[in-house]
Design a protein around this ligand. Structure first.
Ligand SMILES: NC(=O)c1ccc[n+]([C@@H]2O[C@H](COP(=O)([O-])OP(=O)(O)OC[C@H]3O[C@@H](n4cnc5c(N)ncnc54)[C@H](OP(=O)(O)O)[C@@H]3O)[C@@H](O)[C@H]2O)c1
Length: 221
């Protein structure tokens, strides 16, 4: 029987226990991963603390929205992925804090990317890709990004810049160099940010990757 970090109830980290869990088989279109590294996302912490009980969790739930490892078993209908491949997976049904995780959404892990880095990517990358797709910003247009120094913002900046989009990145002083290195034009966030952005010209779309306190400026711009 493999082990996992199971949630024995809502509460502080102490509710998490290393315990035996049934081995799951991958279903249609799924793979099973022998996990080498699991990402811990803010949502895991919120779920564990019991702040969003509206999202039902089974008894002894295993948290973890993302994990990287080697493919250990392949379900029916899966093509292009073989046992032993290195992958990283987005686990919308949770289960990453475990020796084995079953995934429906994954991508190949390049050899140059570490297991730990790979495990930290899927949730943030999915958010960055998803919002950029919704915004539908085109090459040559200007995107204002709030939170360009965060995990979603760093990925969104690089994707947008690679598509030929001009990125204005609203960041704290400590992230100005990072934003510049990623190819964005930094502006300092906080009071007066709208005027600092206007001084750089018009924006075609706004991406809130800060998650707090920027809605009024985003709408104004
Ligand atoms: N990461 C995920 O997997 C994921 C998935 C889906 C959705 N989301 C959502 O995406 C948002 C960002 O998540 P994240 O994981 O990227 O968070 P994060 O790593 O904590 O980054 C947030 C960034 O926003 C900056 N920030 C704070 N206040 C700001 C302001 N007023 N204006 C501009 N930037 C400001 C922070 O800068 P300082 O360092 O200066 O505070 C930080 O760089 C959150 O709402 C989160 O819930 C995240």
């Amino acid at each position: 029987m493999p082990n996992a970090v199971v949630m024995t109830g809502y509460g502080p980290p102490e509710v998490l226990k290393w315990a035996g869990v049934p081995q799951r088989e991958p279903g249609e279109g799924q793979i099973r991963i022998k996990v080498k590294a699991a990402g811990i996302s803010p949502t895991d912490l919120v779920l564990r603390a019991g702040y969003v009980k509206a999202i039902p969790l089974p008894p002894n739930a295993v948290l973890g929205f993302e994990a990287a490892g080697t493919v250990d078993a392949v379900g029916p209908g899966v093509t292009g992925t073989s046992i032993g491949d290195g992958v990283t997976a987005l686990l919308l049904g949770l289960g990453g804090y475990a020796e084995y995780a079953v995934a429906s959404i994954w991508t190949r892990k390049p050899d140059t990317v570490s297991w730990i880095d790979a495990a930290a990517l899927p949730s943030s990358a999915e958010a960055a890709v998803g919002v950029l797709r919704q915004l539908n910003v085109k090459s040559g247009e200007t995107l204002l990004l709030f939170g360009g120094g965060g995990s979603v913002g760093i990925i969104a900046t690089q994707l947008a810049v690679a598509r030929g989009i001009k990125v204005i990145s609203a960041v704290g002083e400590h992230d100005e160099t990072l934003a510049r290195e990623l190819g964005a034009a930094p502006v300092r966030y906080g009071a007066g940010v709208a005027d600092r952005v206007r001084a750089l010209g018009a924006v075609d779309a706004v991406f809130d990757a800060a998650g707090k306190g920027v809605l009024a400026d985003a709408i104004a711009l």
